[in-house]
Design a protein around this ligand. Structure first.
Ligand code: FES
Ligand SMILES: [Fe+2]
Length: 378
């Protein structure tokens, strides 16, 4: 018994020190995560996607809704994504074991119907919305299963949406910090000119943190891409209480940025992001973003200016990608998180991300996640 208690106390010390290091934590799987764009999965086809090292096959039947299964055949463990879609079933490429959308093996062609069929594979809940295929990789009986991101502006005729989808070589926490910390406008000086962000308020709740900013330009002119994207109706007038305002909110595990020009009721820009870890160590993420841009008053003008908006935002994202990947490399070289954070919004954000996340390093992707809240306090 002594060795058992030594082992468990050693592992809880290891857990506690891991729990302090945000970059060594895993994202909570008990949420809906976008794992592919709808257009990437044609009818009658399969597609392998990844969530934190777990391989999942998405299947779009000839008719009906997309379904998602573990991407392994229960027989010889080869990827089911190599298989063939017939009507609403998935046939393994090797010996044609046949699966339905619940993951049950419903036919083995070389067995007669009297013989017991083998067990199938796990199925995952799927929802398709906003041009994305969302999968719920966690425990379907867990509380919060119903939570799904609501984005009414996506279908509003007053907005046009750009979908972002890119692979970034860093832990998802760097992405949250990068977007929330607007004090890095200096890095975007080649595209944005001399803009300074002034933080106004930081607020937080059980599963969210948000910060408001306003901006001012200390020199130079507003770049064209930004001017086209931000459809301004009134000039800011601080004395009259009319200022531009940006709110950035992490509502675990999602993130949102909204920007209102002075005096406007609706945001000129509404960006929703989700950073989906793909590898088991969660040092790479697929970033999905829905950038909803308010249309200018003149009909059709948005389509004309869209290429400039695309060029401008691509430039900004490329600069952000370069720096967050550099942060990940620094972390890998140092082996631990040595950041000296001083900005209150990011301190709150880091605490939230730590509290809501799970321990990495389970022996198998199928193991139940260990929540930090369940560990003894160090
Ligand atoms: S490996 Fe899939 S049917 Fe044999
Ligand atoms: Fe940035």
């Amino acid at each position: 018994m002594a060795s058992v208690s030594t082992l468990s106390s050693t592992s809880s010390i290891a857990n506690a020190s891991q729990a302090r290091d945000l970059r060594k934590l895993g994202i909570d799987p008990d949420f809906w995560y976008p794992l592919a764009r709808s257009r990437a999965l044609k009818a009658g086809r399969t597609r392998q996607v990844l969530f934190a090292g777990r391989k999942i096959v998405l299947v779009r039947p000839e008719k009906g809704e997309v379904f998602a299964l573990e991407d392994r055949c229960a027989h010889r463990q080869v990827p089911l994504s190599l298989g063939v879609v017939r009507a609403d079933k998935l046939l393994c490429h090797y010996h044609c074991w046949t699966y339905d959308r619940s993951g049950a093996c419903v036919s083995v062609p070389y067995l007669d119907g009297e013989q017991t069929r083998p067990n199938g594979v796990r199925a995952f809940p799927v929802r398709e919305a906003y041009g994305l295929i969302f999968v719920y990789p966690g425990d379907v009986s867990a509380a919060g299963f119903q939570q799904f991101p609501e984005l009414p502006r996506f279908s509003s005729t007053a907005y046009k949406t750009r979908t972002l989808d890119r692979s970034i070589a860093c832990h998802w926490s760097f992405m949250h910090e990068n977007l929330m910390d607007m004090n890095h406008q200096f890095m975007h000086r080649s595209l944005m000119g001399s803009v300074r962000a002034t933080p106004l308020h930081v607020r937080s709740g059980d599963d969210w943190v948000e910060v408001d900013y306003t901006f001012h330009r200390s020199a130079g002119k507003q770049p064209l891409g930004e001017r086209l994207m931000i459809n301004r109706k009134q000039k800011p007038d601080a004395a009259a209480g009319r200022i531009d305002k940006m709110t950035i909110r992490t509502q675990y595990p999602y993130q949102r940025l909204q920007f209102w020009t002075a005096g406007a009721e609706n945001p000129a820009l509404d960006l929703w992001n989700c950073y989906v870890p793909t590898d088991i160590a969660q040092r790479r993420n697929q970033t999905y973003g829905l950038m909803m841009v308010g249309k200018p008053g003149m009909p059709g003008l948005i389509h004309l200016i869209w290429p400039f908006i695309t060029w401008f935002t691509n430039g900004i994202f490329a600069q952000d990608q370069e720096i967050v990947e550099a942060e990940q490399r620094a972390f890998d070289e140092q082996g631990e998180d040595r950041n000296q954070e001083i900005f209150p919004a990011i301190l709150s954000l880091r605490e939230l991300l730590r509290e809501k996340s799970v321990l990495l390093g389970a022996a198998s992707v199928d193991a139940a996640p260990i929540r930090l809240a369940d560990l003894p306090r160090a």
